[in-house]
Design a binder for this molecule. Sequence first.
Ligand code: SF4
Length: 533
Amino acid sequence: MTEHTKTDGLPGMQAALPARTPERAPARNARVSEQKIACNACPVLCQISDGRTGACDRYANQSGELVRVDPVIFMNRTLQQSGSTPIRFTQADVTGQTAGSTSGISEVSGQDVFVTGVGASTTYPDYKPAPFIVASTVQGVDLVTVVTEGIFSYCSLKIKIDTDRYLGPEQASVRVNGEVIGHVTTAEYGSQMLSLGGVHHLTGGSKKEGRVTMESMYTLGNKGAVALTIDGGAQVIVQAGRAPVVNGVTEQRMRVGCGSAAIGIFALQFSGLADEVVVVDDHITGVLTEHQAGKCLDMRPSGIVMRGRKSTPGRYFQVANPGTGWGGTDLADPLSIIEGWDEAVAWPGLRLLMTSTTGEHACWYVLDEQLKPIQTEIPAQVRDVVERIGENCEPSMTSVLFLAGAGGSLRAGVTENPVLLTQAIKKSLVNVTCGGAPAFVWPGGGITVMVDVLRMPDHSFGTVPTPAIVAPIEFSMTLEDYRRLGGHMDYVRTIEDTLRDGAWHSDGAPGALKWIRPNDVNPWPLGQPPMLG
Ligand code: SF4
């Protein structure tokens, strides 16, 4: 982005413009000179020359008319496949896109169509009603969905990286191109967690920090890959739905559990095959004969003396430093965590298995006459159990959750009395979705929503150079509840009218929409309890 205000498009954006949705209300589309139009869809207030786009690439000046570059996304659950061709808000064109149907618009049932906020536009400043306030009837109940794009400064991404490997110390900075865009947060079971973005990195630092943060969030939200560097830790490439790449190595498995859990799960299968089993783990390293699982199986004590800090019987903390070796430690030689053997207890010929929590590392040893472990080939039956550990590990994956605050001025597009929307959401009278994907609403004050970006339509996220993230949000409820919470009743449109006319602030000229099938893993957003009573 070249400027944060009065932007005259982006350099090099002279290419032919794709299909567009005109923004036709005069107040949104003021001509500021013979060649330029002012866009007031966000606080940046770009002045856009003919043939150029605004700073966010979402709006353009097409022959003196302010147009939306990308289509608004409608979901239709009767579609066999998503339509990639933008179509117009006319009855004939809509008909042509409905899975080969030759029937009229009246056959597009309101209960099968959902208008998402993707491409829906905003109605800045916020006192204007949201662009789409759509009525539909589901199982005889009148519903309404308020649809808009939100412009979020208060937003972040929570990244869950399924790996045991050490990515960096908690609180360490996470960088992209040298700029800090977030930090390492608490590790979770089998996963390392990052918190990226947030208002302080977007707007509280340098202009470059804000831009790099915004671009990284935009890419990750839209399911793209971003290379991260963690201070004092690893380099990681993350992408929603893909295995993380740690220091150039693509992760394969998340652990079956901690070392203690792995001992508990597989104790019975190891008994009789090994005299001692050590499951190496950065968190809790498990030792079978000392562990309660071994006690329950009446296993003979092995006399093994472990390094690290003993927690409870058979469970050891801090056997090594964290790292990218065995079980998320820095170990290359697992024997280095064994202090020695109690000569009064151990015996020559004792069979020892050492394995990691994923089964990716495993070694088999037999004690010689001096009680020294000698590595030999793993017996087939033991190998089978180690492979079963691997079989029980889920594929390593990266999850990206978008977290944003919608409890501010955005609510004025829904109701004249915003606190009533907040209260209705807390009472579960309103179903909140982002691009049709279910959003978890955090308890407590405000409307803080969290959504899995993989469940949202592709290209759901945009940016504006304030800098902030643009994301879709929809509020669905009964028409009666909408009336009760002070909704903009004069702007409620049927789905048929919406398909014909577009957003309320358009003037009826052709616009672009795209039909998609809903994501099969998502519940249909209309008619969720308690909407239907
Ligand atoms: S950044 Fe985009 S939405 Fe904001 S004024 Fe410019 S063109 Fe309009």
